[in-house]
Design a protein around this ligand. Structure first.
Ligand SMILES: Nc1ncnc2c1ncn2[C@@H]1O[C@H](COP(=O)(O)OP(=O)(O)OP(=O)(O)O)[C@@H](O)[C@H]1O
Ligand SMILES: [Mg+2]
Length: 151
């Protein structure tokens, strides 16, 4: 795993960040998105899905736990904010789901023990009036980000 820290100066840069990652994703990938309320997890997911040719409206699945979209992959978009018991995570059947598409998880802390070790982890935070992202992922994704976003 390689780590990269990047300042996303504005929404346009945040979109490019999603675009760069979208180009390197493959079936079975899991993206775990960390960060406080409003840090940019759903915004990232919306843009990522649009680059993956999802036509549906992408929104936070906080109440339903999971939304499913169709684009270049089946996309499983989860928000685990409301879960407080890892038993409930088991009930989601992540192990079955993951190989069938692309899994994106907001508030993944409670599912930490169930995530594959190759999980792409992105930590979003506020930085002045913009955002910062720290990503841990395979090298190809980091290279793609460096190509699209000047550091
Ligand atoms: N680089 C940026 N600079 C400034 N604002 C940004 C940047 N990127 C995204 N935003 C804005 O930050 C907000 C992020 O909200 P979003 O709903 O994605 O947060 P979230 O992390 O999903 O929060 P929650 O935990 O409530 O689901 C959006 O309003 C978006 O327009
Ligand atoms: Mg959200």
């Amino acid at each position: 795993m390689t780590k990269l820290e990047i300042i996303l100066q504005d929404k346009e840069q945040s979109k490019k960040f999603s675009q760069a990652i979208s180009q390197e994703l493959k079936l079975g990938d899991v993206l775990a998105l960390y960060g406080e309320l409003g840090a940019g997890k759903t915004f990232f997911t919306q843009n990522l899905c649009s680059y993956l040719n999802v036509k549906d409206y992408v929104n936070s699945p906080s109440y339903v736990l999971m939304n499913e979209y169709y684009g270049d992959f089946n996309i499983y978009h989860l928000d685990l904010y409301r879960l407080n018991d890892s038993e409930e995570v088991l009930e989601l059947g992540l192990e079955e789901l993951i190989p069938q598409g692309l899994t994106i998880i907001e508030w993944p802390e409670i599912a930490e023990d169930f995530l594959p070790k190759e999980t792409i982890k992105i930590y979003f935070s506020y930085f002045e009036d913009c955002r910062k992202a720290i990503i841990h992922s395979r090298e190809s994704i980091i290279e793609s980000i460096k190509k699209i976003l000047p550091l």
